[in-house]
Design a protein around this ligand. Sequence first.
Ligand code: LLP
Length: 442
Amino acid sequence: DARENPPVRRVSDWDAERLRGLAAEYETPLYVQDLDRVRENCERLLAAFPNADVRYAVKAHTGRAVLETVRDAGLDAECASAGEVDRALAAGFDGSRLHYTAVNPPARDLDYVVGVAEAEPDLTVTVGAADTLDRLAERGYDGRVCVRVNPGVGAGHHEKVTTGGAAKFGIPYDRAAEAARAAAERFDVVGIHAHAGSGIDPEQLDSHRELVARMGELARDLAAPGAADDDAPASAAPLDLEYVDVGGGFGVPYEEDASPLDLSAVADATREAVAPLPEGVDLAVEPGRYVVADAGVLLTRVNTVKDTPDETVVGVDAGMTDLLRPAMYDAYHPIRNLGGASGESPVEEREATPVTVAGPICETGDTLGKNRALTDPVRGDLLAVGVAGAYGYEMASQYNSRPRPAEVALDDGTAAVARRREALGDLTTVEREADRDRTDRP
Ligand code: LLP
């Protein structure tokens, strides 16, 4: 029921004692990903979209334990690169559950995926450019293809992640039918695809609905050329599509008081807008963020508190290299002081003060939150940065020669290291290997 599987987990819902214990044991910065919550999110999606294919957009969180959890829950995997396909295979997704979305795909990625398709002929390649089709054909690929369409409408939490309408993605809507029919001469065209963008909030449902309606119309044109008022040549053969994939992008609330997306309302609106689908054609969706975002927190320790004439800056040991979203998109992540500094009063007894939380990177943009009311943080306190499970660890980098953080996965409450903390030596591995290769050369 809804109490056991609430639509959102807030940073305040996490067990503070448990998080303090994990930080003490595994040190900080530390990502904590709760697989039970991932499972609940999958269940909620499957319940909201009962007759649809639900595909997890792997890019949101590629950790092995997460992928296995999603696989067991029954979702397919949508992969953006050879690396993601490789991870999905390692996590046990078979070809019939693999969807590779090729965006200006590097030759190496195509070589790899075409190789995989020889053993796993049921995998599908989603293609958004005529060139990509030619490049697949050149490699001898004649398997399953889904045609990615640029629906001309987009949505998202930031212009940098609004894909629909952006020229880089998909075949323009008014040329899509022709492209799909041409593709069917060389490949097994099984679907059409569009993705509006990421982080669609309840106010952007109209764009989502518009995109979905356009995709439904395209599916009907392809199934029965000439039936509607499309300009298909009378000779065009109908396409036997399996699905219409309307992308992911379901938003989650980051602000503590924001209301969650009503998933069943989105599902109803989607089904209604896409209808009527031709006989045998299913709806497909591919959420990433929704599956993993509120299942993760980033734990970081306060190491410096500095009062300036303008503000109080709380320096912590995680920064934009650990969680890039605030620096890159001005994204908001809730931050909670879990206290724990030795000899200090419990956080509940302290006053809330507005502070800026800043990391150790030499860039002004290296903040995790600005002007936040935190209960008077002092050196040694532990902060939990919430809703960090999607595009958190995934976008981590080694800039400033900072080793990437560790991540623990909680499974039925039991913690296990999912990704070990990088050491200084990891920063130079590829250089040392290059040195060795040079000396080895005859
Ligand atoms: N399908 C396709 C083809 C996509 O490109 C994406 C995300 C998704 C599905 C999943 O979207 P989601 O359900 O996760 O919103 N780094 C950014 C998000 C970039 C998303 C890119 N594409 C962020 O941190 O907000």
